[in-house]
Design a protein around this ligand. Structure first.
Ligand SMILES: Nc1ncnc2c1ncn2[C@@H]1O[C@H](COP(=O)(O)OP(=O)(O)OP(=O)(O)O)[C@@H](O)[C@H]1O
Ligand SMILES: [Mg+2]
Length: 469
């Protein structure tokens, strides 16, 4: 019938034109006087381009009004199960899927491992976008570099590629929670579980964050680890008593030089060090020196106070797979002081500390201003093995610290100046040096002038006598 009519176009909104002959062919099948014989091939639907869905619905509606059957049109799959059900030619409800919820970072990291699998079979895999086109995202590797990984996508590995059986891995969000899901054809539960475990193993074998310096911050309802730029700090930058350095060495040796011996004898290699001392004595600085020394062989995780209060359990979950770690917990007073007993965060904190002891290769360094204010439970052996008091510098220490912060060639008797500053902390001495430079310029420094700044107390942040406002 179509051949006897002049060809016309049906114009759809937005100028989507469909040749009327295609439409007519479809309608003629739907409207044929004789019912469509059983077993006859489905009428071929024309491609209506951008208006596919709307045009087909219109044709179907016309046919339905005329009481004619309309063949089901194969609609684009919307979900991974739908896509895979068709691919594997099974009912989607019989597919096996095993999902794991995780933090966004951990999901991205698994996606990174998934990308490694894809790279092994680039010509064989098919990628589907649940709910639309597959999406990719950048995984931050620190140092200004990032790598593209699947963000919302399902990757199909045909039989004989990743596994003997066909499997698929989906990176997606379920009710907003980042997930990784493994799919297999019916009956593949243990395979699906293996796929997830293998993916984690691939990640752990080549973890892009291992050996880096990471910051642990709250995000997306859990803790997120992100690489941070770390300024190198060496022992020469911080002046501390020799016996303190020996304790630091002993602490580190638990996962470095003495690690294998400890393990061979059945000991755990995890250790906790608590640095106690008044503000400004260099505790934070010391943690950064330890971080610099251990980063590389160990992954360093710097923990913010908020994580300390809320996400400790999740934190230790998250660092699994990063290999040996140094975890730096600053100012634990906020969760672990005597008054916090009974708080959930206090209990969680202790649990998390205890949790590390059951796993190997986690060094925890914490700092506090006032160890006496800490709940005794925190100081129980087995939580922190060593508590080091970081003292304010003695005369020799003060001299060395002043030398660090004054211009090296300044004609200043630093030993004499240091003798006026008994009890001053490293942070105080830095301020004496800085204030002297501000007042007199680096060339104008003399013993008398620096001594004057030191003894006047002008360097102290307390309000200065007199009203300047
Ligand atoms: N022993 C030291 N040797 C060299 N510099 C020091 C020393 N102590 C402190 N400083 C200087 O003071 C700065 C502040 O010290 P830091 O932040 O490490 O103190 P803190 O003990 O962590 O104090 P808080 O308890 O307030 O956190 C350091 O960055 C460093 O410049
Ligand atoms: Mg500090």
């Amino acid at each position: 019938m179509s051949s006897s009519r002049p060809e016309r176009s049906l114009t759809l909104p937005d100028d989507g034109a469909v040749p009327a002959t295609d439409l007519a062919a479809t309608l003629s099948t739907a409207l044929a006087d004789d019912p469509i014989p059983r077993g006859a091939p489905d009428p071929v639907w024309p491609d209506f381009g951008d208006h596919d869905e709307a045009a087909r619905r219109a044709v179907a509606a016309v046919a339905a009004m005329l009481g004619r059957p309309v063949p089901d049109r194969p609609r684009e799959p919307r979900t991974s199960s739908e896509w895979l059900g068709r691919l594997w030619d099974v009912d989607e409800s019989t597919l096996v899927n095993v999902s794991r919820d995780m933090s966004r970072t951990l999901q991205r990291l698994h996606a990174y491992a998934l990308q490694r699998w894809v790279d092994r079979h680039p010509d064989d895999v098919a990628v589907f976008g649940p709910g639309g086109a597959p999406q990719r995202a950048a995984l931050d590797l620190g140092n200004g570099t990032s790598v593209s990984v699947p963000a919302v996508a399902t990757v199909h590995f045909p039989a004989g590629t990743a596994y003997d059986t066909a499997v698929a891995v989906e990176v997606a969000y379920r009710y907003g929670t980042p997930t990784i899901t493994a799919f297999t054809p019916p009956g593949g539960l243990s395979l699906a579980e293996r796929v997830l475990a293998d993916l984690t193993r691939t990640l752990e074998a080549d973890h892009p964050y291992r050996g880096g310096v990471l910051s642990a911050r709250p995000g997306n309802g859990t803790v997120e680890l992100t690489p941070v730029r770390h300024t190198v700090q060496v022992r020469g930058d911080v002046v501390l008593p020799a016996d303190l350095w020996r304790e630091v060495d002993l602490f580190c040796s638990s996962v470095t030089t003495r690690r294998d011996a400890l393990r061979a004898l059945g000991h755990t290699t995890s250790r906790g060090l608590l640095l106690a001392g008044k503000p400004g004595v260099g505790k934070t600085k010391l943690t950064r020196v330890i971080a610099t020394e251990l980063a590389g062989p160990l992954t360093v995780v710097l923990v913010t106070a908020e994580v300390l209060r809320t996400w400790m359990t999740e934190l230790y979950e998250e660092i699994r797979g990063l290999g040996p770690c140094l975890v730096v917990l600053e100012e634990i007073d906020s969760v672990a002081s005597k008054g916090s007993r009974g708080d959930t965060s206090f209990a969680e904190f202790l649990d998390a500390l205890d949790g590390t002891r059951s796993s190997d290769d986690v060094l925890t360094v914490a700092t506090t201003n006032d160890p006496d204010a800490l709940d005794p439970a925190v100081k129980r052996p087995g939580r922190f093995d060593t508590i080091i008091e970081v003292p304010p510098p003695d005369q020799a220490g003060r001299t060395a610290i002043l030398r660090l912060f004054l211009p090296p060639d300044a004609p200043v008797d630093v030993d004499l100046v240091a003798s006026y500053l008994d009890g001053a902390t490293g942070a105080d001495l830095r301020e004496v040096a800085r204030r002297s430079i501000l007042e007199h310029g680096p060339e104008g420094l003399t013993t008398g002038r620096v001594a004057d700044v030191a003894t006047s107390g002008r360097w102290k942040p307390a309000p200065v006598a007199g009203n300047y406002l």
